[in-house]
Structure formats: C-alpha cells, structure tokens
Design a protein. Structure first.
Length: 73
C-alpha cells in the first residue's frame, strides 16, 4: 500500500502567530562556540629528535669508517 504524502501545514491556521514568532526569536540567545584551545607554536629550526632515516644514515656512515665519511663543513 503506497504511503500518503504528508499534508502541507495550513496557512490559515499557523502554529504561532506572527507576534508569537517574533517574541520567540527575541528570547532565544545566539549560541557562540567557545574559542579553540591555543596550539603549541613550533620553534624554528631542526626538530630535536632524529628520524629513523637520519639514525640509519649516521650508523651507516660510522660503520664505514672515517675514510669514506664526507668531510664536515
């Protein structure tokens, strides 16, 4: 059995009168979202910890010995 469409609300008998509708708008306060928590600012420069790739590179260079390691700047 097909469903019947919901009848449109009657404009002759509104749920609220215009005056009631305006009053209800005035009483509702605007909802303001709280400010987001402050984010930790990153300090400029290299990160404090070594990455896995950097650690492997240093171990490889150390195991090769000082003859093959690049000269420091």
């Amino acid at each position: 059995m097909p469903r019947k469409k919901k009848p449109r609300p009657s404009l002759k008998n509104p749920r609220l009168t215009e005056h009631e509708r305006e009053r209800s708008r005035d009483t509702v306060g605007r909802i303001v979202a709280p400010p987001p928590p402050p984010t930790k600012l990153k300090c400029p420069g290299p990160p404090a910890t070594l990455t896995v790739r950097e650690t492997r590179r240093l171990v490889r260079e150390a195991s090769e010995g000082p003859t093959k390691a690049p000269a420091p700047d």
